[in-house]
Ligand binder design. Sequence first.
Ligand SMILES: Cn1ncc2cc([C@H](O)c3cccc(CNC(=O)c4cc(-c5ccc(F)cc5)cc(O)c4O)c3)ccc21
Ligand SMILES: [Mg+2]
Length: 214
Amino acid sequence: TQSTRPQRLLHAVQKNATRGDPRSVVKAIDNFCRQKEWAMNVGDEKGCILDSVVSEVNPVTVLELGTYCGYSTVRIASLLPPRAKIITLEFNPDYAKIARQVIAWAGLEDKIQVVEGPSGEWIPKMKEQFGVKTFDLVFLDHWKDRYLPDTKLLEDCGLLRKGTILLADNVICPGTPDYLEYVRNSPRYKSQYFKSHLEYTKAEDGLEKSVFLG
Ligand SMILES: Cn1ncc2cc([C@H](O)c3cccc(CNC(=O)c4cc(-c5ccc(F)cc5)cc(O)c4O)c3)ccc21
Ligand SMILES: [Mg+2]
């Protein structure tokens, strides 16, 4: 039977990356997507912006919405301090299956918890199920029409604290207009746009970094 793109991406990691070396996993995926098949990873250009935000925040508890094949999960986890953890939500079981194997190849299983299911159902359970108090950093990269409702849900569930950073992918392409309008006009956020390009292309895209003011 025909393999899927995530399966081919995983094989490229297993063929070209060194086990236990997260940066080689990131490089193998970027080379595969640049040379063989485009895939919706945050990519290396926006990935460098992601790296700088993660390094600046030095988060202990991270939430990622939208795991896909685990590219940004590995990128973030490789920069986390020893006891820090990332919870990543993926509703598509096939993506989750591939992501777990990419994460294992990088040797980052101890820092990453892949949770299968939709964000809308899992966000309200974060405290009771995973003992989360509040998140230090949230990376939004799932369905673009879920960024705003899930941000409001995170607020309502008391999962954001003064200073929590929300970092959103694709605010230009495919675009998240209602989310942008909200974080840029709400008195509860201080927002900043990092102009970049859509992964592996010349099209404009960017990341929006928003600080929750409480
Ligand atoms: C509710 N819930 N909870 C967890 C959860 C997890 C998922 C999946 O991980 C999933 C599946 C399919 C699509 C996405 C969103 N990503 C995108 O749609 C995207 C598109 C493009 C692009 C840009 C230009 C194009 F021409 C085509 C695609 C570039 C990008 O970087 C993207 O992130 C995420 C979905 C809903 C979920
Ligand atoms: Mg994206």
